[in-house]
Design a protein around this ligand. Structure first.
Ligand code: ATP
Ligand code: MG
Length: 256
């Protein structure tokens, strides 16, 4: 199904309002008898300042879609637009620069450097890009994630939830156009998970961040403004202002 979903603001995302957009994207791994059609003509826009969750059964194409949207994987056909830039067709070097400047990532494994303090980890992407953090923005990010009194600690001295909040702050401090999160609470207990999700939602509400998050958890998805459901490489439905029960019902209908 091709979708022109209406955003919570009632706008149809297009190249002028979408932070990131997939237009007729297909992804085939392998070839011949071994070909796997991971995405089949997916069209979807993610409006700036909106928190979207992507759900669906295992193998439905969630991670593939996220990797294609983020320029971490190439598409077989179709286009990906990041803001006004078409990223499909860029060279590896151009993609690396675009990702560095415009995209943030939060993964299931926190991917923090163990020898650096929380503050050094948060500043690392900017340091690598030779950019200086705007101090007021750094302070705002640190306060939103509630890490002010933990900045001097190393990852091993932080709880799982605190480590993931450091990873979120690291993604946020560079002011990316969009943050992609793949199962960001997958390794956390429910209390730490709620902390991280509350922070992600706050960064959308208070800072206008755009977030696309893959999750299996209906409660995690209910923190988002919008949930889109994939099955067999296609977008099959959407819920705006989701509740855990509505998400669970939809997952049951999809046989997830
Ligand atoms: N590098 C690859 N080579 C071959 N097939 C792949 C590759 N990556 C993914 N696939 C296949 O593409 C399909 C979609 O995979 P994907 O990882 O996007 O699913 P997912 O929805 O993220 O699943 P999960 O919930 O288990 O993480 C699956 O059938 C998977 O086996
Ligand atoms: Mg996956």
């Amino acid at each position: 199904m091709t979708s022109t979903f209406t955003s919570p603001q009632g706008r149809n995302p297009d190249a002028s309002t979408a932070a990131v957009m997939a237009d007729g994207v297909s992804k085939v791994y392998g070839s011949g008898d071994a070909a796997v059609h991971a995405l089949r003509g997916v069209s979807i826009g993610f409006v700036s300042g909106v928190f979207t969750a992507i759900m669906g059964p295992s193998g439905s194409g969630k991670s593939t879609l996220m990797h294609c949207l983020a320029g971490l994987d190439t598409v077989t056909s179709g286009r990906i637009m990041l803001g006004d830039a078409e990223i499909t067709g860029l060279s590896d070097r151009q993609l690396t620069l675009l990702r560095r400047d415009r995209v943030g990532f939060v993964f299931q494994a926190f991917n923090l450097l163990p020898t650096l303090t929380a503050e050094q980890n948060i500043r690392l992407p900017l340091d690598l890009a030779g950019r200086k953090a705007d101090q007021a923005w750094f302070d705002q990010v640190v306060d939103v994630v509630g890490l002010r009194d933990r900045l001097g600690h190393r990852p091993s001295e932080l709880s799982g939830g605190q480590q993931q909040r450091v990873a979120c702050a690291r993604a946020l401090v560079a002011r990316p156009d969009v943050i992609f999160a793949d199962e960001p609470t997958g390794n956390l207990d429910s209390r730490s998970g709620a902390e991280v999700l509350g922070f992600l939602r706050a960064s959308v509400r208070e800072m206008g961040q755009t977030i696309v998050m893959v999750t299996h958890d209906p409660v995690a998805a209910s923190y988002a403004d919008r949930v889109v459901f994939l099955r067999d490489g296609e977008i099959v439905s959407e819920i705006v202002q989701p509740t855990p029960d509505a998400v669970l019902d939809q997952l049951k209908r999809l046989g997830a």
